[in-house]
Write a protein that binds this ligand. Structure first.
Ligand code: CTP
Ligand code: MG
Length: 229
């Protein structure tokens, strides 16, 4: 069985307000993207497909992939305008894989253990996403900011990545989604849920597996790195 990781690093990071895209920012002396690439490199994943911004391919190969000795990277390809376009480019390059694990390059704290749990779950269930129960109470509001309802917290999860699927299943879902130009689908599991009607299983992640999104996330991330040293 062939397991491929698609690592997404083609975003602009607009919420970070920095000149360098967040996936390339230095986190305690190492680029954010290098952390997750090292985890996949040291895992039982067979190959890594890296999706970057157009024109960034050479920089990423030299300063990150080669500089940190990531040998499992077989393709470095340009992504697209929206995240789902980047995923679709990655999926096309992953043909011949049995299973794909789609991961945000902006999540440096994925571990080998979590990668292996995700690989086991997808082999059994065909579609799974890593997530954690929410800590805060969530409210659903109307367009005027008036609370309509409060979902039962024990059933609300925040989803992380990796999100993992049988290749044919997710490839079919994305081909349909791109054909429909359906931008309302914001994550990979949604495409599979809505287009394939396949049940998507939650895999327990970690509260450390944060996505670097806004400047304060870099402070939290630096504290995590220091605590592991
Ligand atoms: N991503 C991508 N291609 C895009 C958009 C996002 O590969 N067109 C990637 C990002 O690089 C990131 C992951 O998807 O690793 C999660 O997206 P997000 O946190 O939204 O990153 P950005 O889109 O870069 O940030 P923002 O939404 O603040 O602009
Ligand atoms: Mg985004």
């Amino acid at each position: 069985m062939k397991y491929t990781a698609i690592v997404l690093a083609a975003g602009k990071g607009s919420r970070m307000n920095s000149t360098v895209s967040k996936q390339y920012m230095m986190l305690e002396g190492k680029p954010v993207l290098a952390y997750s690439l090292e985890a996949f490199e040291n895992s039982r994943i067979d190959e890594i497909i890296l999706v970057t911004g157009r024109g960034e391919e050479e920089y990423v190969k030299r300063d990150i992939v080669d500089a940190y000795g990531i040998r499992k990277v077989t393709h470095i390809i340009a992504g697209g305008k929206e995240r789902y376009h980047s995923v679709y480019e990655g999926l096309k390059a992953a043909s011949g894989s049995d299973y794909v694990l789609i991961h945000d390059g902006a999540r440096p704290f994925v571990t080998e253990g979590l990668i292996h749990r995700t690989m086991e779950a997808v082999t059994k269930k065909q579609a799974c996403v890593v997530g954690m129960p929410v800590k805060d109470t969530i409210k659903i509001a109307d367009e005027n900011g008036i609370v309509c309802s409060t979902p039962d917290r024990s059933r609300v999860w925040m989803v992380q990545t990796p999100q993992a699927f049988a290749y044919e299943l997710v490839y079919h879902a994305y081909t349909e989604m791109v054909a429909r130009q359906d931008c309302s689908i914001t994550d990979d599991a949604m495409a599979v849920e809505q287009i394939c009607k396949t049940p998507v299983v939650l895999v327990e992640g970690s509260y450390r597996n944060i996505k670097i999104t806004t400047p304060e996330d870099m402070l939290i991330a630096a504290a995590f790195v220091r605590s592991e040293k």
